[in-house]
Every structure is written in C-alpha cells, then in structure tokens.
Design a protein around this ligand. Structure first.
Ligand SMILES: *Cc1c(COP(=O)(O)O)cnc(C)c1O
Length: 410
C-alpha cells in the first residue's frame, strides 16, 4: 500500500470552523424559528461585490482571449510584467523593491503555505499566539513540528504570546529563531504594529540571521498615518524579510484569487555548509516548476485595482468595512466590554465578560442574540478569553448585531 505523509495525522482535525458549524447546526435543529435570525460575523470573508473597474478589466481580458489576434496561452509563471510593475509603482514606490522581486500568485493562503518548500528542515520557527492557522498547519504538514498538545500547540514551534499587555505585538524572543511569521494588521486580533515595534523585529532578524515572513493582507485597512504599510518601510528589512500581499480583502478577490510575494534580491538563506543562496532565486525556480501563473483575466482585474477608478472603488469598500468596525467597537464599548482592534483592520477583538470563556461567549451570542462570532481560543491558547467579530458584513447586518449586543448585555 502507498505510504502517506504521516505528519498530516498530527493535525488537530480542523477544530475551529467545523466546531462552529456543529454548534450552529445543533442550535438550528432545536430552534427553527430563532435560527432564521442568525447573523454570521464569524468567517473572514468579504461580502461586497467586485469593484466595477475590476469587472470591466476582466470582461475585456476575456474578450481578448476570445479573439485570434489577442489570444494568450501560458503566461509567465511569475506573473505578467504589467501587474508586477503596477504592484511596485503602487505598493513599493521608493522602498527598494523591483518588478522582478514580485511573484504573482493565486492568493496568500497558498503562498504562505507553499513558501516552506524552499526552506530546509531544522529551522526554528516562531509563530504568534493567537495565529492565522495556515502558518502552523503547513509547518505540521511538512514535518517541521512534533505532536500537538491539548491546547493545540505543537512541539518544536516557538509560540510568541500576543496579549493586551503587549498590544498584541509579541515581545522579541530571548532565544534564536530562523523564521518568524508576523501578520500586521493582524487577523484575528485586529492589532497593527508600530514602526518602533517593526524596527525591533527587523533588528532582531538581522542580528540572528532570521527571515521575517510578513503577511500584509490587511494593509489596505490601515487608517492611521504612522502605521507602516509594508515591512520594507523599515530600514534593513530588504535583507531579512519577504512580504505577502493579497487582493482578497481590499479588492474583494476572495473568490477571484490573486496575491503576490515581494522577495528582495538581498534576501539570503544558507546551506548546511554555510553557503549563501538567494531566496528569490529559489522561489522563482519553485514557481516555474510548480505553478503556471495566475489566470490572465484575473491579473488584468488585479491591475485595475491600481487604476484611478479602481483605487476610488477600493477606498469605498475599505470605508464601508471600517465604518462597520467602528460601529461594532462602539457597541461593545457601550455595553462595557474591553475592545481591541477594528481601527486599522476589519476585525474587532473583544475581551469576554468576567467569568465567560471564549466558547461560553460563542454559545451565549448564538443562543441569546443569534449572532455567530469566532471564539478567540480557536486561534491559539493565548486567544482564550477573547472573541473576534468580523466587520466583513452588510451595514444592515452590523447595525442589527449592535442592537442585539446591547439588548443582551445592556
Ligand atoms: C484573508 C487572509 C489572507 C489572504 O488569503 P488569500 O489566499 O489571498 O485569499 C492572508 N493572510 C491572512 C492572515 C488572511 O486573513
């Protein structure tokens, strides 16, 4: 019989969202009437339709493919120059990133997972707690961890606690690590990292020859002027960081699929014998072999996000979601809960009321308000005692959620 990759057996069977689903179904089975009122604020998926500029560009691209003279087959695996250049001009102007440092993909979930292909075994890997589960599970799958414990922590990973005390940006570790996943603005906590905090991380990475895997999927939601939008705004980051970005949350591309990685030429890893190797070259080689490029109409759609019309339409989407976040923050504050996030990210992270844990809050919100939130403990042990409300919703739903929160806790 064919042998399987037994690392997969270490995975905690997708605990969070299946368990949410199970509890929602159970409630629905027992409360048919109330169940019709359920509002989901759980999953981090956008709700508003694709910007018009994107749709126009995609229609046009499809028509090009339907014409003999303008038809295109396989494109460059790393992405079309038109999009790589638009990314540099709009996201990295003046930051030392060039068009050939940009690798266009079908999204950041895949990128943050696939990137482990080019890193060897034996790296010490640090993740935050709470964390976007993809970073952890992909390390488990590839064999970078031991077994998981009851709290969902895996042996071999370094967990960096993000708490209210450190404003949900982890302290610099005492020990030496080789790879560090950082995501700011953050999912799930909605926290953003200050320039000083990122400077400290870049200094640590340079001192320890570590690489920062910086996930900036929520960059577009930054409202405050002094919050860095890219790790490459920090001096020295070109030698110690790569950055993941996605069109999913700003452009509503969660179903369309497009993202990219920026990998500076200066970024190096090492062989066992100490020879330095370009990370960008490895990723380019990996991409040529395992990927055939994001689809042409999708890349044209992504390019349109950087057009004047596209920028205005994205700004309107961001403003819609961030106004939702403000309403949710205000409602939670009004009922006396301690609220974090929701200022530079579309997630509001709320401390549970005294004496209720994350799943207790989930059940209470479902049963008494018919609102589905995400229990903080599902993102890691340090998320216990918190819950996440997503601002990705219609205004009407958010207003109703605020009303129900006040009715239950007011
Ligand atoms: C939504 C999200 C992404 C983007 O994923 P895609 O695969 O591009 O849709 C990346 N990182 C985090 C933390 C996210 O929440």
């Amino acid at each position: 019989m064919a042998r399987i990759n037994e690392n997969f057996l270490k995975l905690k069977a997708g605990y969070l969202f299946p368990e949410i689903g199970r509890r929602v179904s159970e409630f629905t089975d027992n409360n048919a009437e109330a169940a019709t009122k359920i509002i989901k604020c759980g999953i981090g998926d956008v709700t508003e339709p694709l910007p018009e500029a994107v749709r126009e560009a995609m229609h046009k691209a499809v028509d090009e493919l339907g014409n003999h003279d303008t038809f295109r087959g396989y494109g460059p695996e790393q992405g079309y120059d038109f999009l790589r250049e638009a990314v540099v001009a709009n996201a990295y102007e003046g930051l030392g990133i060039n068009a050939d440092d940009i690798f266009i993909s079908d999204g950041s979930k895949c990128d943050t997972g696939n990137v482990l292909d080019i890193f060897g075994p034996g790296n010490k890997i640090a993740v935050t707690d709470p964390v976007y589960p993809v970073y952890v599970d992909t390390n488990v799958m590839i064999g970078n961890t031991g077994e998981g414990d009851a709290s969902g922590r895996y042996e071999g990973l370094v967990y960096l606690a993000c708490t209210a005390e450190n404003d949900f940006v982890p302290a610099i570790p005492e020990e030496k690590v080789d790879l560090i996943y950082l995501c700011y603005p953050n999912n799930p906590t909605g926290a953003s990292a200050t320039r000083a905090q990122l400077e400290a991380w870049v200094a640590y990475a340079k001192e320890n020859d570590a690489i920062i895997l910086y996930d900036a999927a929520y960059e577009a939601f930054i409202q405050e002027d002094d919050v860095p939008r890219s790790i490459f705004e920090i001096e020295g980051a070109l030698e110690c960081a790569m950055e993941f970005r996605s069109f999913s949350k700003n452009g509503g591309f969660t179903g369309v699929r497009c993202g990219y990685i920026a990998i500076p030429s200066q970024l190096k890893g090492t062989t066992e014998s100490g020879e330095e190797v370009s990370i960008k070259q490895l990723w380019s080689r990996r991409t040529s072999t395992k990927f055939n490029g994001a689809s042409y109409p999708v890349q044209r759609g992504a390019e349109a996000i950087f057009s004047d019309a596209g920028k205005a339409q994205v700004a309107a989407l961001v403003e819609h979601y961030m106004s939702n976040a403000t309403l949710l923050r205000e409602a939670c504050t009004e009922i006396g809960l301690q609220v974090f996030g929701g200022v530079n990210a579309p997630y509001v992270w709320v401390a549970c009321p005294e004496g209720i844990d994350s799943w207790g809050m989930f059940d209470k919100m479902l049963q008494e308000a018919q609102v589905v939130i995400t229990p903080g403990s599902g993102f890691g042990a340090a998320g216990e005692g918190y819950f996440r409300i997503s601002a990705f919703n219609s205004r009407a739903n958010v207003e109703e959620v605020c009303k129900r929160l006040k009715a239950v806790f007011g």
